[in-house]
Every structure is written in structure tokens, then in C-alpha cells.
Design a protein. Sequence first.
Length: 146
Amino acid sequence: MRLEQSLLYSLLTCSHSFPYTDTLKVLQKWGPGCHFLGHGLDSDLDELEAILQTERARDPTTPPALALFTEFPSNPLLRSANLPRLRQLADKYDFLIIIDETIGNIVNVEVFPYADAVVSSLSKVFCGYANAMGGRCDLSIRFLSP
């Protein structure tokens, strides 16, 4: 996905499953808005597709969304998004998928085939005493390709 920088600030984002509170607040505060699909169910994906169709019909020249953020699994509900279906929607409607796999951990879940970017908090991995902080972001080749 290659977009002009001015266009990036005009595209909506989506949040699937119940994200970390600050993640949702950042998505809502900075940018033109965020569709919150907080249950993490397949019915939320039906709603997402309807939103994408509506946005595409409004302006067929731009992607209907910039990105979708999801946790895998979500915390505290431990729901896992239907990643193959999300990937299909992302490919069809040309938006990015960012997956936070902090709870699942890179050792236990394989989300890279479905994600454009994978993020994770490493604070709990580094130390269990809340006296260290860290994080990571891995980008897919898909994200880096023109």
C-alpha cells in the first residue's frame, strides 16, 4: 500500500476485539476516527465488511480504511480473531493489519502470515517486577513492498 502522506491522515482505522485501553484511545483521538468492533466475534467481521463496502462506495479511488488493529488473543477475553478472513478482507479492500500478540507471545502463536505488522510488549518478558519496559514491531515483507 503506497499512499500520499496527506491521504494517510484522512483514512479511518478499525479496532477488532477488545484492545488495550490506550490503543483504542490513540486510534480514536489521532486521526479521522476509528470503528470499534469490540466483541472479537465473526459477526464483527460481517459488520467490518459492511463498513468497508460503505466506505468504498463513498469514494472508490481510496482504500476504505488505513489499518485494522487486533490483539491475538485479546486481553482479557482471550478471543482470537479469524485471521484468515481478516487477511482476505485486507487484501480485497487494501488496508493494513497490525496484530498485537503480547498475550499469545511469538513463541506460542503464528500470526505473521496474516499481518502486515506484529507488535508486542516485552516488559513482562524482560522482568516481572515492573521495573523494565520494552516492546517490538516486526514488519512483513508485504508492508515493505511497493
